[in-house]
Design a protein. Sequence first.
Length: 342
Amino acid sequence: MKPAVTLLRSPHASVPYIPMAKPEDTGTCAERLEQAHQTALREYPKMHSMLIARRGRLIWERYYSEGHAALLNDLRSATKSVTSLLAGIAIGRGDMPEPGVPVIEALGEHVPYLHSEQLPMITLRHLLTMTSGFGWKTGKRLGEPLIHKFHRSRRWGSFALGLPIVPENIGTFQYRSPDSHLISMMLTESTGHDAFAYAMDHLFAPLGIAHAAWLPSPEGHSMGHIGLHLTSRDMAKIGLCLLDGGMYAGRQVIPANWLDQALTAQTAGYPAYGDYGFQFWTGTMSGQPFSLAHGHGGQQILLLPKLSAVIVFTAESRTSHWKHPRKLVEKYIIPALADGGR
């Protein structure tokens, strides 16, 4: 039997450019990073890549199993963080209303006849922070038992806006993917472009990201919660841009004031993951503050601002059992970055 072919795969010639340096050029201990690599080989059979960028340059790049530098990785829920960045860009350009706008002002035509009377109270800010109060179920590892019902519906917008709202839960965090998709819909209704097209013009092009894929909903909106596919290097570029206050190659790509909010805790999250900003997890790891775009299976863009570092992990996304890469970060990578591992 022939081996399965990955549906979304870019040719090896499409490996994106990113400035590079040796670990020691940035005061990083290469020996500790090699230990992380060897541990990944032994203990993380589903991992596809591990990249580390520091002070604007890629200093470590390793691929595993099916992974390679041109592979388009399925970001899963790390897509949510990119959706937030696009909302920030659109608001900064005046293409989209401010976070205090009621959701129904932008999505009125998608509101079903039967909906909660509290729906007019829900704003874009509620969606960004996942504090909308829509009735939903969330498991301990961020599993969502209702997500398949959502995906099977023909009108995702009406499904999400028709969910019952629990009044006492408005303002309280609950991990909920339909909130993220509604942000993508609001972006499209405000700008006239789906999130993928808007990203190509205003985020990906300035970062030199030329090869990507983003799956649509049945209604034609880019999925706001999953569906984005990027190479590992391009994920690192996004991280470097965030670390530099939204700047990349001398250009302000993402408004700095948006990142101040997106990467800062806006609401208490879950102890195992951290607090929540605008579609980013935030917290402290081994004494280091972090912000994180996280997707099922271990797709991550991890920012360590005090260490001027971005860590990217990608892995098999279609799996029910996977190992969190946090051990690699805490045991090897942070020590390697802190004082060269000494």
